[in-house]
Design a protein around this ligand. Structure first.
Ligand code: INI
Length: 177
């Protein structure tokens, strides 16, 4: 894969693609780091700020619903979901984790838009923090890399480019809806 501008990135190129980053607020101290990792990766790969839209939902359970709605707009070549479910603090951990994972997979399959799963499902907060640091194993960054790769693959398979919004949006990589 050709590296991004600057020559040092291992990410595939993202210019010319449009992305949504959908972040859940629950466990915000973790999910904000995942969101930052995803956005930084997209920019490092060459995506324009105006081609990255940030959407925020309450919890991981809402990620599939928002991802589906975002996919149906036709505005995105790929979507990145980020969230965090911690077993120790969540009696219904299994339900939320499974609903998020299956819901994202279903939304991707049924809309035809790649949707990456950047949701941490860990036993402890410490494990979540390990996967939300600034390094290359940030789960948001990993999900962004997968989303770029899938956008490239789907374009090669004939998927038409996403349509940007007809009027400028009130949010982009720097803000939220
Ligand atoms: N949502 C999460 O993203 N992570 C969690 O750990 C969590 N816990 O602990 O409950 C959580 N709950 C909220 C859930 O995702 C929904 O927002 C809520 O059930 C309303 O639909």
């Amino acid at each position: 894969m050709r590296p991004a501008a600057g020559g040092e990135s291992s990410l595939p190129r993202a210019e010319g693609f449009r992305f949504a980053v959908i972040a859940s607020r629950f466990n915000d101290h973790i999910t904000s780091a995942l969101r930052d990792g995803a956005q930084a990766a997209l920019r490092e790969a060459g995506a324009a700020d105006t081609d990255i839209e940030l959407l925020v939902v309450p919890g991981a359970f809402e990620l599939p619903q928002a991802a589906r709605a975002a996919a149906e707009t036709g505005r995105f070549d790929a979507i990145i979901t980020v969230g965090c479910v911690i077993r120790g603090a969540t009696p219904h951990f299994e339900y939320i984790s499974a609903a998020a994972a299956h819901g994202v997979m279903a939304a991707a399959g049924e809309t035809g838009v790649p949707i990456a799963f950047g949701v941490l499902t860990t036993d402890t907060e410490a494990q979540a923090e390990e996967r939300a640091g600034p390094g290359s194993d940030n789960k948001g960054r990993e999900a962004a890399a997968a989303a770029i790769e899938m956008a490239i693959l789907f374009r090669r398979l004939g998927r038409p480019p996403a349509r940007p919004p007809s009027r400028p949006f009130g949010f982009s990589a720097g803000g939220e809806a």
